[in-house]
Design a protein around this ligand. Structure first.
Ligand code: SF4
Length: 351
């Protein structure tokens, strides 16, 4: 099984015509799927009998297995089965001026960052473009139910869920095309952020093909010695190489990258790590986001203490680096990537 969101308009059209229907039906179905994100059974302008045949032959492929809420309903984490077999986590976060969905690009991840619940799973599957898009479609519907303090309309997409999107580049880029296409989901490139742990060739191609899409680099360490340990892909693309790639991306796109840093107790939260981060952040004109670690059962480490975070921030600020300590949205619903999956894994069967 796959999802209808993997089909182009022409492909959908031929499938609808093959069911013996006139081609204008394809336009109706496309509009409902992409503009309104409704499943077949709610397509009022499509005959009931045809809705059943469509569902059987071209499944929509979005099944909600569980939803957890936090932050008074402003954060919703869903476990979705997309494309009929792949189970992933998708998180919707409503803020005062924007609503952001965090999508997964893979089931599990091959990058092996020890502190990450998804990394602890290993790579199980790449998602197709349609399976990534399906998460955005779910989020667009769920956004309407967020509290009135938010815009109740999906405004932003971040690729920061399960998986390393640039190691599933073909499908990630195809999903970006659909998400930004005005004839599909029509979300502006500047409202999308790609997160990577440092897949250098992917960063180069992202800048070439989608120069308006933002870049967030999960650095987590400012020396190769520590980064090799925390983020094993650093052995392939060490800090100096990654830094050059991000600098080139910035030159090409004229956009400001962000540096993501999970604050891990007595591991990467020393003043020395902060001091070594300063020249990197300044060279890249990067905004640094510090995220207190969400502890995972597979890695016996805690988030940094408030005082360690305070000292780290002071070093960066004194040197003129823009820094934010992120709120840990939805900690009570296992919001770090891969955690809800782990918790509910015995009840779901992933592909
Ligand atoms: S932190 Fe990101 S890249 Fe690293 S294992 Fe987790 S999902 Fe993969």
């Amino acid at each position: 099984m796959s999802t209808v969101y993997d089909l182009s308009f022409d492909e959908l059209s031929s499938r609808v015509v093959a069911l013996g229907e006139p081609s204008f039906r394809a336009r109706q179905v496309w509009r409902q799927l992409w503009e309104r994100g409704v499943p077949y059974e709610r397509m009022a302008d499509v005959p009931r009998e045809l809705r059943g045949r469509l569902a059987a032959s071209i499944p929509v492929g979005i099944e909600v297995l569980a939803v957890r809420e936090a932050d008074r309903g402003a954060t919703r984490k869903a476990l979705l089965r997309v494309g009929g077999e792949h189970v992933v986590e998708t998180v919707l976060m409503g803020y005062r001026g924007r609503v952001t969905v965090c999508v997964s690009s893979q089931v599990g991840c091959a990058m092996g960052c020890g502190f990450c619940a998804t990394g602890q799973m290993g790579l199980r599957n790449n998602l197709t473009a349609g399976e990534i898009v399906a998460q955005v479609v779910w989020a667009r519907g769920a956004a309407a139910e967020l509290p009135a303090t938010t815009p109740r309309r999906l405004t932003n997409v971040v690729f920061m869920g399960m998986g390393e999107p640039l190691s599933n580049e073909r499908h990630t880029f195809a999903a970006l095309e659909r998400i930004t296409d005005p004839g599909a989901l029509g979300i502006g490139d500047r409202h999308i952020t790609m997160s990577t742990v440092g897949v250098v060739p992917g960063i180069e191609r992202l800048g070439e093909r989608f120069p308006q899409v933002g870049l967030a680099v999960s650095l987590h360490a400012s020396t190769d010695e520590l980064r090799d340990e925390l983020v094993p892909v650093n052995r392939l693309w060490p800090l100096a190489v990654l830094e050059d790639a991000v600098a080139a991306w910035r030159e090409r796109t004229h956009r400001r990258p962000s540096i993501e840093w999970a604050m891990i107790d007595r591991t990467n939260d020393s003043e020395e790590q902060a001091e070594r981060l300063v020249p990197i952040a300044l060279r890249l004109h990067a905004h640094v986001n510090l995220i207190p670690l969400n502890p995972t059962p597979g890695w016996p480490t805690a988030p940094s203490s408030k005082s360690a975070i305070g000292r780290f921030v002071a070093v960066l600020e004194d040197a003129g680096v823009a820094v934010t300590v992120r709120d840990t949205r939805g900690r009570e619903i296992e919001a770090a990537c891969g955690q809800l999956y782990h918790e509910l894994e015995p009840t779901v069967s992933a592909g």
